[in-house]
Design a protein around this ligand. Structure first.
Ligand SMILES: [Zn+2]
Ligand SMILES: [Zn+2]
Length: 229
């Protein structure tokens, strides 16, 4: 029985099995990637850095080396959770999702991200905003697409920086803060805020976001990213 004409996996382009297609119809959530690709995503498990959430082989005060360096430079602690490693399949995912307009691929991680946020027991969910240039190039904010409708645009970009990936680590760290907090803030200062980003790389972006939100008077901040690079 041919259910849909040659459905293929959106990541590896191999044909999906009839069982995968059938299961998708049954749970009313069309299957978009095959089981083989799905299994290749690698969750972060084991001992984690208490600040950035990466898994660490050796821990000193439960912090990774990067976070200890950050502490010396900025003194601002973060409380970040990352769900997956940035392995090959994840890089593949982001290639299709962010750079080839694969908006529908947001559904792969929607439920898991929203479930994780619910468990974090936060009141205000704040996605990291994109620059206008990136937003118009991409047509959507990849973090907002995971969050559904339950988020607040508390952060704004004040100046547009070049693509972070073109900079060196220290250029990124030394760059001035690209964020500001929206003047419209109907939230009590003690509310619990969760910042959400796609990839934690050097930690610069997330720490800059913490910094402006702290400066606005909020104290109860945590953060989440799908991936820790
Ligand atoms: Zn596949
Ligand atoms: Zn760390």
């Amino acid at each position: 029985m041919e259910l849909i004409e040659n459905p293929t996996c959106d990541l590896c382009q191999q044909p999906l099995s009839d069982l995968e297609v059938l299961r998708g119809l049954f749970i009313l959530k069309p299957c978009i990637i095959c089981r083989t690709c799905k299994k290749r995503f690698e969750p972060i498990t084991g001992m984690k850095c208490r600040q950035c959430g990466r898994d660490v082989a050796e821990v000193d005060d439960n912090q990774c080396l990067d976070c200890r360096v950050w502490m010396k430079r900025t003194n601002g602690q973060i409380k970040h959770v990352s769900l997956y490693h940035y392995n090959e399949i994840m890089q593949h995912y982001f290639k299709y999702y962010k750079f080839q307009g694969g908006y529908h691929l947001s559904q792969l991680f929607c439920s898991e991200i929203q479930r994780t946020i619910r468990k974090m027991n936060v009141e205000v969910v704040v996605p990291i905003p994109l620059s206008d240039v990136k937003y118009s190039a991409r047509g959507f904010n990849q973090v907002e697409a995971w969050l559904g409708t339950d988020y607040q645009q508390l952060l704004k970009r004040v100046h547009q920086t070049d693509s972070q990936s073109k900079r060196t680590k220290w250029e990124r760290i030394n760059s001035s803060n690209p964020f500001s907090v929206s003047t419209h803030q109907p939230y009590p200062k003690e509310c619990r805020i969760c910042l959400v980003d796609d990839i934690y790389t050097t930690g610069t972006t997330i720490r800059q976001a913490y910094e402006v939100i702290r400066q606005a008077g909020y104290r109860n901040i945590c953060s989440l990213s799908l991936v820790h690079a």
